[in-house]
Design a protein around this ligand. Structure first.
Ligand code: F0G
Length: 482
């Protein structure tokens, strides 16, 4: 049974959050053709899924963890909840999803004073959570290419680095007729992130400015020319990213009581998807309770925090001008998915009650030290994962959590992608606008045991003994007994 491809096919439609209009999902839309509002994709037949009891769904999804069918090994383990229109032959699987949840090291837990765990989404194929959404978007694209017999498809995205790495990877794997183009803010993507689309053979374009500037350009291109937009404005990306919520729930045996999920917020696609995912599980009685959701933003890029900090009923959304942030991947002043967040938070609070959703703001110093602290205790958090830990500390101080509530932190990318910021901290080389002053306790640097010149004077065993004895001195080693 776990090896059978699901029979269920849904009827997906785009639902505009601006004017409320609906459009059938047999075409690739990014925004509403009438009002340019953003879309969510809904399954018109979703109610039919309720005929299967929640417990049965749990069994179905649990059984599928044993599958050897490529199409069901990744995010499409939750096929019926994601994009139940694509066929098995369309599904692209590159090893995304199923990322481990690692309970915090006991010392870190004690230090923070709250149970916590990291979900390591940096263990996805392109080393960030974006692969979840990209697997879905590319599977749908393959489905369309096959159905419509398209000749050539140029995919395009703006990116702070991870979306482009992911899009380029999937495009490279799928190959003809799909070709990837990415647009990056020059100097605001790490060298590791830049290397990824280059290595995958994408066309890499750079412009001066920040992500928000790139986003406007790709929107213009997608509105007027034949390109497929792969930013999370593309609602198929959101569907794939819902798998994060499904995996969290499944890992905890579908019991989300007493749990809080922390999410760094940039373009706001991830937090949208995670809330949407948990809501679907609740509607199908797969979980009994929604977890608390806590969004985290840097004070250098905090439009969503600022919105929710206003009094309910009087809230006005205003984009912000960003300043340099070590959580660079989330350094976005005008998040494309904000209307989705707003709509989903209303629903989330209606179902889960007040206090179930919060956004906290953290400082740059706290973000980088959040990452350094986590990684000191055996985690592999990126700066955005560090932002989550900083957010947890902030939420705890603000009394937003129950005493024993388990905090699940999203390490959205692998630490190695952002390791240059660690280096800047260790070398105290941050430009002033980052507002980061390194503390001695977090700094670690290599110690040179022997100089190049000294090495030349030492031969064979002499060299080994000299170096060995210097290390004995550095470490204060005592001799073995007997
Ligand atoms: N963490 C990482 C590692 C990211 O790459 C991003 C977004 C975020 C968090 C924020 O997630 O945008 O869904 O709210 N990166 C995008 C990109 C914008 O272009 O790679 P979000």
């Amino acid at each position: 049974m776990h090896n059978e491809f699901p029979e269920y096919r849904g009827e997906l439609e785009y639902s505009c959050l601006g004017c409320g209009k609906k459009f059938p999902a047999d075409e690739l839309y990014y925004t509403c053709p009438d009002c340019k509002g953003v879309f969510l994709l809904n399954d018109k037949k979703f109610e039919n899924l309720k005929e299967i009891p929640g417990k049965k769904w749990q069994d179905i999804f649990d059984q599928r963890t044993r599958t050897k069918k490529n199409a069901l090994r990744g995010i499409f383990r939750f096929y019926e909840l994601i994009a139940p229109v694509v066929e098995e032959e369309d599904i692209v699987y590159l090893g995304e999803g199923n990322t481990p949840i690692i309970t915090s090291s006991p010392t870190l837990t004690k230090k923070i004073g709250q149970p916590l765990a990291y979900k390591n989404d940096g263990q996805n194929p392109s080393a960030s959570f974006k692969d979840r959404g990209m697997a879905c978007a590319f599977s749908y694209l393959k489905f369309l290419v096959r159905k419509k017999n398209w000749g050539q498809v140029l995919t395009i995205c703006a990116s702070t680095g991870d979306t482009s790495a992911s899009a380029a990877l999937y495009a490279a794997y799928v190959g003809d007729p799909i070709k990837s183009v990415v647009l990056l803010p020059q100097g605001k993507v790490t060298i590791q992130q830049l290397a990824q689309p280059l290595g995958s053979g994408a066309v890499v374009l750079e412009i001066p400015g920040v992500f928000d500037d790139c986003m406007k350009v790709v929107e213009y291109l997608a509105d007027n020319f034949r390109v497929a937009l792969l930013n999370s404005k593309n609602a198929w990306r959101i569907l794939g990213q819902e798998s994060y919520a499904y995996e969290v729930a499944q890992w905890y045996d579908w019991d989300m009581q007493g749990k809080a999920v922390f999410v760094p917020v940039g373009n706001a696609g991830n937090i949208t998807a995670i809330m949407s995912g948990f809501l679907k599980l609740k509607k199908l009685n797969i979980i009994d309770e929604l977890p608390r959701i806590i969004g985290v933003q840097s004070s250098h890029a905090d439009p969503v925090f600022k919105y929710y900090a206003q009094e309910p009923g009087k809230r006005r959304f205003a984009p912000v001008k960003v300043s340099p942030s070590v959580a660079q991947a989330a350094m976005i002043g005008n998040p494309v998915s904000f209307p989705r967040v707003k709509a989903l938070v209303e629903e989330y609070e209606r179902v889960g009650g007040p206090g179930i959703f919060n956004v906290v703001q953290v400082e740059e110093q706290e973000i980088i030290e959040g990452m350094l602290l986590a990684n000191r205790y055996g985690h592999i958090a990126c700066t955005q994962g560090g932002e989550c830990l900083a957010g947890l500390i902030r939420a705890k101080e603000a009394g937003l959590l129950d005493k024993d509530e388990l905090a699940i932190l999203d390490a959205t990318a692998h630490s190695l992608k952002f390791i240059g910021f660690q280096q800047m901290y260790f070398e105290d080389s941050f430009p002033p606008d980052y507002e980061i002053k390194p503390k001695k306790e977090f700094i670690n640097t290599p110690r040179q045991v022997l100089g190049e010149q000294e090495k030349k004077t030492l031969q064979g065993r002499e060299f080994t003994l000299e170096v060995g004895n210097r290390i004995v001195e550095i470490l204060g080693l005592s001799k073995k007994e007997g």
